[in-house]
Structures are given as structure tokens and as C-alpha cells.
Design a protein around this ligand. Sequence first.
Ligand SMILES: NC(=O)c1ccc[n+]([C@@H]2O[C@H](COP(=O)([O-])OP(=O)(O)OC[C@H]3O[C@@H](n4cnc5c(N)ncnc54)[C@H](OP(=O)(O)O)[C@@H]3O)[C@@H](O)[C@H]2O)c1
Length: 328
Amino acid sequence: MTSTTTVAPPGLRLGWIGLGSMGSAMAKNIHRYLSSQGREPLRFFNRTASRGDTLAALGGIRRQDVVQVASESDVIFISASDDKAVESIIAQILDSGDVTDKIVVDTTTIHPDTTKALAAKLKDRGAEFVAAPVFGATPVAEAGQLLVAFGGSNAAYEKVGPFLKGVIAREVLLVGEEPEKATLLKTTGNFLMAGLMELIAEAHVFAEKTGLGSAALERLLELNFGTVAHSDSVRMTTGVYAPGKDQAPWSDLELALKDVGHGVDCAARAGVRLEVANTALEHLRRAKGYSERNGGRRLDSSSLYGVVREDAGLDFRTEFIRKRDGEE
Ligand SMILES: NC(=O)c1ccc[n+]([C@@H]2O[C@H](COP(=O)([O-])OP(=O)(O)OC[C@H]3O[C@@H](n4cnc5c(N)ncnc54)[C@H](OP(=O)(O)O)[C@@H]3O)[C@@H](O)[C@H]2O)c1
């Protein structure tokens, strides 16, 4: 189930499409690895060109569009926001000419049905679609410590594996040849994450209202509930859940709405009702309402915390945030 080490063919050319928070971190780590191995630099494209400046400064090769990356690469990684973005990128890859034997590795979190449909389209043209969704927030991606679920053939893993474990990931979970199994696992992970986030938000509000205080709770989470629970707590106590004007969310609220929505949808079709995920989803939707009432303020996927606060009669923003934003 977990990975073994393989060696990629020396001449393999790698391309990267999508340099958002996650894509940028992963692409930089892969590029650094390629450089350290004396391999060809990473070719890359991002819709907003400026987001590629850091990678270009590191020696990555900027390409003018998806088609150029696709035609010059044997393995094409994608990190985009959602299903529509990936569908559009795949359509452009298919328009790039002969794609026989190319491998497209999609690290985006998309619906398992979308994964399945895209895999079929690429197969029809002699290419392979690997679903490689990732677990871990942006700082984890920067540190090359993600967990990757890999859904694709053994042959594809032989080629792509060397750029995953030890480069962008601490471990790779091999879920079999059907790519949609990897996005299904990611979807499962997402509603677990959202449920945990909900629970920690409630615990923090409880600690604040009872006078226990957030510091004691955060220490308990750190010592007894593991790194994910502690990281969720830090997102709340350090104001990441509602970033300041010059800060970016670790993971945008829109992404959480998409991700938890996928889980609820997959479950409903399997005849399962995800009660906890539904509660989290409702709070995420209300957080979006808060964002809309506040000039489209960008929020993190942990911003359901603000809604749980409001339901307990507290301000959406903690005292920390109000001070940080210069409002107190
Ligand atoms: N952030 C996290 O903590 C986290 C953790 C695990 C998994 N994920 C998943 O990883 C994926 C990326 O997340 P992120 O946080 O990096 O998102 P992000 O910062 O919002 O970046 C999204 C990327 O998608 C590109 N994009 C969007 N629509 C596009 C289109 N129609 N055509 C081409 N490119 C398009 C954006 O290009 P522009 O720069 O031009 O806008 C940008 O490069 C998402 O599926 C997310 O659910 C995120």
C-alpha cells in the first residue's frame, strides 16, 4: 500500500501547470530535486504569469501556455483549483498534438467522477491520467512533507514515484490502478478534516466561554491529539482562519466548500449521510456569507471557527485578529 523506491529514466522531461499556493511549493521542490540530480529543469506555466517568477528565478523554464508545456514534457503535473480548471487544462493538453505515452499527474482535489472521465479521455489518446491528490496544507507542501495518494498504473509509478516520496512527500499511498480511488480517498480525508476542524472550533469556543482559555487547550491538542489537530488549532489561535489584507489563506474557503461538497455528494450517492460533514459544510457556507458581507474578504478553510464563535455570541474575529487588523 505504501511506496517503494524506483529510479526515473534519465531523459524524462517534467512539466508543471498551476502555481497556486500548493502548486508553487510542490513545483519548487521538484525543480530543486531535478537540479540536484543534474536533470533537465522543470518546464512550467501558470495562468497568472507573475506567480511563476520565483520558479523562473530558480532556473525553471517558463512556457507561454499549457500546450507548450504539454508538447515539451513526458510527465505533466497539474495543480489547479477545481474540476473545471482541470477539465480545461486537460482539453488544452489534448489539443497539443500527439500525447501518446505521456503521463498526466493531477494533484488537484477533484470529484472522483471527474477523475474517471478525464482518465478515460486520456486513455483514448494513448496517454495515462494519474490521480495524485495531496494531504497537508501549504506549509507542509513547502517543507516537502505531503502525503500523496497515487492512483495509476505500476508503469506510471515507476516513472513518477522518484519525484514524489522524499521530494514533495513524506509518503505515497498506492491505491491501485483506478485513478478515481485516489480522489475518493482524498474526499474521505477531506470530510475527516472538516469534521475535525469543526470539533476543534467548538472546543476553542467552549474554552473561551468557560474561561479555560485557548493556550491550555492548544497544548492539550499538541500533546494528545496529533499534528493535524494541533495545526487546526494554530490556524484558529493565530488568526490564519481570517487572514489579514496582506496575507493569503493556507487553504481558501472556496476550496473547502468544493472539497466537503464532493464528500457529501459521493456519500449521498452511496446511501450514506455524513452528519458531521453536513454540519461543517453549513458552517463553511455561512462563513462565505460573512466574507460576502465584508467586501469579499478572503477566508481560510478553517473559517467555520468564526461561525461557531458567532453562534456562541462571540465576534467572528478573535481579539488577536481585531488587534492585528488595527481595529482595537
Ligand atoms: N491549500 C491547501 O492547503 C490544500 C491542501 C491539499 C489540497 N489542496 C488542493 O490543491 C489544489 C490547489 O490548491 P491551492 O491552495 O494551491 O489553490 P490556489 O492557491 O487557489 O491555486 C489555484 C491554481 O489553479 C489555477 N487555476 C484556477 N483556475 C484555472 C483555470 N481555469 N485554468 C488554469 N489554471 C487555473 C490558478 O491560476 P492563477 O494563479 O492564474 O489564478 C492557480 O495556479 C486544490 O484543488 C485544493 O483543493 C489544497
